[in-house]
Design a protein around this ligand. Structure first.
Ligand code: URA
Ligand code: SF4
Length: 213
């Protein structure tokens, strides 16, 4: 199956999923969307009010800021893939619970495997925790690291920048690093044709700081 077909299959499963309690309050599940050939994947937290109504990620105020950030580095939504740690809206936009993230994690892992992005940008602390453990976002935002054969870069959640100008500036600055990170990821990929094998070996290694960034 092509990555497009696999991503579509995951989206269909997500739309009727009842693996955790978040299915009870949702209007529509939000599997994620974008190009099946995207080199960059953005992972947010979970759907909010607007996303839950439209079944599309980042379409509310945080999404408008994300669109602006993408435009600032000449990327469109259709160039990237955007999804979330949990695919159904937590009631009143509360934080997702550990058991909900665990229940939903398989979908995210399958999306990552299908897309095989060179770069993963985590938006906010919940997706950051999946790749960077218990580190503090205020300390490591904007710092790219090699992980599992790709480059991951943690960033503040765009919603955090909506009412906090310091964070807004930090997100804007961090986004400007993405083109350089993509170029570096392409260089690494060209160096490693046997990436799948390399990836297996690396799974146990801690994230590696890239001195470049
Ligand atoms: N916030 C998120 O984390 N994800 C969305 O899809 C929308 C807002
Ligand atoms: Fe299923 Fe994820 Fe929705 Fe929970 S949040 S019901 S695991 S799709």
């Amino acid at each position: 199956m092509s990555s497009e077909e696999i991503l579509q299959e995951i989206a269909v499963e997500v739309s009727t999923c009842a693996r955790c309690r978040l299915c009870q309050g949702r209007t529509k599940a939000v599997p994620g969307e974008g190009s099946p050939g995207a080199k960059v994947m953005f992972i947010g937290e979970g759907p909010g009010y607007h996303e839950d109504k439209q079944a599309r990620p980042f379409v509310g105020p945080a999404g408008q800021f994300l669109d602006e950030l993408l435009a600032s580095i000449n990327l469109k939504r259709s160039d990237v893939f955007i999804t979330n740690v949990v695919k159904c809206r937590p009631p009143s936009n509360r934080d997702p619970e550990p058991d909900e993230m665990a229940a939903c994690n398989e979908y995210l892992d399958r999306q990552i495997a299908a897309l095989n992005p060179q770069v993963i940008v985590t938006l906010g602390r919940f997706s950051m925790a999946k790749f960077f453990g218990s580190e503090k976002i205020s300390a490591i935002h904007g710092r790219a690291r090699k992980k599992d054969g790709r480059i991951c870069i943690p960033m503040f959640h765009p919603a955090a920048g909506l009412h906090d100008h310091t964070k807004k500036d930090a997100i804007r600055q961090d986004f400007k690093k993405i083109p350089l990170v993509i170029a570096e990821a392409e260089r690494l990929a060209a160096e490693q044709p046997a990436r799948v094998v390399v990836q297996k070996k690396r799974e146990e290694e801690p994230p590696q700081q890239l001195s470049l960034f």
